[in-house]
Design a protein around this ligand. Structure first.
Ligand SMILES: C[S@@+](CC[C@H](N)C(=O)[O-])C[C@H]1O[C@@H](n2cnc3c(N)ncnc32)[C@H](O)[C@@H]1O
Length: 168
């Protein structure tokens, strides 16, 4: 969809099978093997990062470094859209997932991690739980990067939040 809008979009995944699948499904787009822990991308190079259920397998202790890596590649004012499974309580919960274990997160705890990475969460989109999901809600938190890149000033566009996206 981003490509159809004329944007330069590409995809990364550590799994060769997932990269093959993506290439076959979207032959016009670029997909490469890479780990989120070490993105093959220069500092401040991207206007946005979409991590669609990509971080759910990351052990909680490793998530701050992974988010910091995503922030590193965002341009000032860049956006991170991150989707994950939500849970009640105060701690992340490990659960069995199809391929490898995953973690659901208390939404506010995840927001704290985003803040620790220099991001401001300005919207949360809560989905109704599907019966196959192990926790009550899935959440998308969209965050604007609050950071300086050398020689540039930050642009924070909080007023760009669509009305359709609610606070909770
Ligand atoms: C639950 S799947 C989601 C796939 C896709 N984003 C979607 O929404 O359909 C999680 C994906 O994240 C990838 N992944 C997990 N940890 C990763 C890491 N550290 N670096 C790169 N990719 C990773 C897995 O290979 C897998 O393809």
């Amino acid at each position: 969809m981003l490509h159809d809008l004329g944007l330069d979009a590409f995809g990364l995944d550590l799994s060769p099978a997932m990269v093959d699948h993506a290439r076959r499904a979207h032959p016009a787009l670029r997909f490469d093997e890479a780990r989120m822990e070490a993105l093959p991308i220069e500092d401040c190079a991207l206007g946005g990062v979409l991590a669609h259920y990509s971080v759910i397998h990351t052990p909680p202790g490793e998530l701050p470094a992974l988010l910091a890596e995503q922030v590193r590649v965002l341009a000032p004012g860049g956006l991170l859209l991150v989707s994950f499974f939500a849970t009640d309580g105060s701690e992340p919960v490990r659960f069995d997932h199809k391929v490898t274990p995953a973690y659901s997160w208390p939404v506010d705890r995840f927001a704290e991690l985003l803040a620790g990475a220099g991001l401001v969460t300005f919207a949360r989109l809560l989905h109704d739980p599907a019966s196959s999901q192990p926790s009550g809600l899935a959440v998308t938190a969209a965050s604007g990067a609050l950071r300086y890149c050398v020689g540039e000033m930050p642009v924070i566009r909080l007023n760009a939040v669509p009305n359709a996206v609610s606070d909770e």
